[in-house]
Design a protein around this ligand. Sequence first.
Ligand code: THU
Length: 134
Amino acid sequence: MTDRELIDAAREAARHSYSPYSNFAVGAALRFADGRVVTGTNIENASYGLALCAETVAVAKAMADGVRGGLEAVAVTGPGADAITPCGRCRQVLNELAQLGGTDPEILCVGPDEVRKLRLSELLPHAFGPASLA
Ligand code: THU
């Protein structure tokens, strides 16, 4: 799957966003080395602080399906005027999955007019991860 198709998959996932409180629908799509793509979208709650981000939902779906390694690329889409970057918690959650497979995935931060490509290590330098516990 191309980067463009991965972005389309993230946008498609955002159509299922449950975000009645923020009205901010986010989509995420993870691409793995074996070609698998897993998507997620944000899921909010009447108890506002319990919102689940799109990236975290995608990682949870992947891990629940037994996908553990080879995370190559992540597309994130949002409705804002600027390219969306993953929140701090999602960076940490993505890092766990990435480190399991020893990859430094490209994060495609999608905005209305641009796609910012950043490595996860740029978004989360000096990360604490599974290797830190060894
Ligand atoms: N959100 C995400 O899904 N991912 C991010 O990286 C940033 C924020 C969601 C959480 C909440 O449902 C909405 O966007 C507004 O913050």
